[in-house]
Design a protein around this ligand. Sequence first.
Ligand code: ZN
Length: 250
Amino acid sequence: MKILVISDIHANLNALEAVLADAGECDATWCLGDLVGYGPDPNECIARVHRLPNLLCVIGNHDSAVLGQIDPNAFNSEARQAIEWTRKILTASSWEFLGSLPERVSTDPGYFNLPRQITLVHGSPRQPVWEYLLDTYTATHNFEYFDTDYCFVGHTHLPIIFHHSDGRSPARPTIPDSGQRVSLSPRAIINPGSVGQPRDRDPRAAFIIYNPNEDVVEYRRAAYDIAGMQSRMRKLALPERHIVRLEGGW
Ligand code: ZN
């Protein structure tokens, strides 16, 4: 069993295609939200993700803002510009897909008969759309807000795993290198990093391959045509800050 876990595509089709090519055939895909915002290809990215076999997908804060469920003024001005631009070009079917996404998915024992049950959210199990899990203190408290073995999150655009072995000691963070395989042990919060707007100083698209039978996540990166993406974003007059960030991965 091979599960592709992706997050924060942010309408970057070049990065998404590179990830799908690099990942190869997978039995299922779990997508942790923020399909849109920042990049030039929201409709194409949504259509591509929608077609993936056995997809589970949750909504992110940028998706929610595009739908009008979050006030765009809660975002900085460049993110807000990208959200407003996205609203203008979103097709009816993209609109419908984003509108169908739940804030949280938890598998039950029947799901592919996986040995572990999992929760998927964009931000955190405590506040699925908005909270950032950036530090051990916040992560430790969040273990009270899901009852499955593992919780996969996105939102920070930073690859990290928090392991929590008992209810007394704080969670233990691991920042995995590209190519590193990490054995999981209940319980854990796992962030694959971002496909379309990485922020850990590695500009390549980030993703995870999860093998539930071995209880292992493999952190992977895929190089893609960043310069091509940047020139398309410039032609569309998308905010310069998000264009420049792509090449440095910040
Ligand atoms: Zn994001």
